[in-house]
Design a binder for this molecule. Structure first.
Ligand SMILES: *[C@@H]1O[C@H](CO)[C@@H](O)[C@H](O)[C@H]1NC(C)=O
Ligand SMILES: *[C@@H]1O[C@H](CO)[C@@H](O)[C@H](O)[C@H]1NC(C)=O
Ligand SMILES: *[C@@H]1O[C@H](CO)[C@@H](O)[C@H](O)[C@H]1NC(C)=O
Ligand SMILES: *[C@@H]1O[C@H](CO)[C@@H](O)[C@H](O)[C@H]1NC(C)=O
Ligand SMILES: *[C@@H]1O[C@H](CO)[C@@H](O)[C@H](O)[C@H]1NC(C)=O
Length: 365
């Protein structure tokens, strides 16, 4: 009983494995007019069978009836269709110099000694003009874009070039640099190229920087031109200049507009460029006074400091001199003293005189 079941199962598996079939690698190819296409195809049949005939057919509507017509009976395929297969398991077919009216359904049939078998399924070939499309044609940086090669279908093996440089992917998120002209070509037949199509990528001002006209620093009473350079699409339409004195970083004030600013004050500058997509600020830039002016300034400063130092040193000497004069006149010239103790004695005397005066005040008071 059990053995019978196993035998039945084995028979089922064997019959499954030997079922006749035709398999197409790509049932829906898209090819470019003028190029070649290859239908990769394999077929299977019972081990005890031998193949006697093979043929490819095209589905055609004749007087309103769908018919399969042998390619060898169609004059327009003469010299253009090429059977690449054999009478074993390979049934591949190539068609060269494709015309748009080659579009259609293709079938394979093989015959063994016992029976003939048409493929149940078909290959549907689309032949298209070689045309590049970008979808959409205008984007903002960051948006996704799809590149499509072909009109009625999309060529799967297409390669892409932007302004002559290969493009890695046919679908990507755009950046400013993706702006340019795109064309597609048939892989392996790169001489077959589409006309270029433009992809416009709009982006806010990028790489905003302040450029300083020669000589790059301020001469006394002069000015320099600051240019707000940037890359933007569409071009920036508004520029705002900000500045602050070098000493106060915090308070940046609006000091002008337009792409070029005539600056006559030293300080920190930056510009803001704006287009319809957005705005960006440049980095801050320090505009300094001519180096030789700074040197002159230092000389004046050093001289100024020198005068003050001299004054500070001389003042006490003068005070001492004045004090001595006054002291000597008050104490009188009666007492002969060595000059070394003169000042001390003078002070003591002065104190004594002071105390005397206080005592007199207290007594009188
Ligand atoms: C196919 O090739 C043969 C031999 O080169 C030629 O005589 C024949 O005219 C060609 N047929 C077509 C339809 O071009
Ligand atoms: C297909 O188009 C080509 C050229 O456009 C023409 O020569 C050929 O006769 C057409 N074939 C059929 C089957 O209509
Ligand atoms: C911005 O500068 C970088 C570095 O120099 C450069 O690679 C990039 O192309 C520039 N961007 C634009 C939009 O010009
Ligand atoms: C700045 O630009 C103005 C107008 O373009 C020009 O007349 C002037 O000579 C320029 N100054 C400098 C320092 O380049
Ligand atoms: C540019 O600078 C202005 C003025 O300081 C500021 O209001 C603005 O937010 C800045 N913009 C950017 C993008 O940093």
């Amino acid at each position: 009983m059990c053995q019978t079941m196993i035998t039945v199962l084995m028979l089922l598996i064997v019959s499954e494995g030997t079922e006749s079939s035709v398999t197409f690698e790509n049932p829906d190819p898209c090819a470019v007019k003028g190029s070649s296409v290859e239908f990769r195809c394999s077929y299977d049949y019972g081990d005890d069978e031998a193949v006697t005939k093979t043929a490819w057919y095209k589905g055609q509507s004749i007087n309103g009836t769908w018919k399969r017509v042998k390619l060898s009976h169609l004059p327009s395929y003469e010299n253009r269709s090429e059977y690449l297969g054999d009478q074993k398991h390979d049934c591949s077919l190539a068609i060269h110099d494709l015309q748009v009216n080659d579009t259609g359904y293709y079938y394979f049939r093989f015959d063994t000694e016992k029976y003939g078998l048409h493929s149940k399924k078909s290959v549907h070939l689309s032949v298209t003009e070689l045309r590049a499309r970008v979808d959409p044609e205008r984007v903002r940086a960051g948006d996704n874009v799809k590149l499509k090669c072909g009109v009625s279908c999309q060529i799967s093996g297409a390669v892409w070039f932007r302004d002559g440089r290969p493009v890695a992917k046919a679908e990507f998120q755009t950046q400013a640099e993706d702006d340019g002209n795109y064309l597609c070509a048939v892989k392996g037949q790169e001489t077959m190229q589409s006309d270029p199509v433009a992809l416009e990528v709009q982006y806010p001002p990028l790489n905003v920087s302040v450029e300083v006209s020669y000589p790059g620093h301020l001469a006394e009473g002069g000015s320099v031109n600051l240019t707000c350079s940037n890359a933007a699409n569409p071009a920036a339409h508004t520029y705002i200049w900000y500045s602050s004195k070098a000493s106060s970083f915090s308070s940046m004030l609006q000091v002008g507009s337009g792409q070029v600013l005539e600056a006559s004050h030293a300080g920190i500058y930056f510009c803001q460029a704006r287009n319809s997509v957005g705005e960006s600020n440049s980095t801050e830039m320090l505009l300094s006074v001519n180096q030789s002016d700074i040197w002159h300034g230092r000389v004046i400063l050093v001289v100024g400091i020198g005068v003050k130092v001299v004054l500070v040193l001389l003042l006490p000497l003068f005070v001492i001199w004045a004090w001595r004069k006054r002291c000597n006149s008050e104490v009188g010239k009666k007492e002969e003293q060595s000059p070394d103790y003169e000042n001390i004695i003078c002070i003591e005397r002065a104190r004594a005189i002071g105390q005397n005066r206080i005592t007199q005040k207290e007594m009188s008071g």
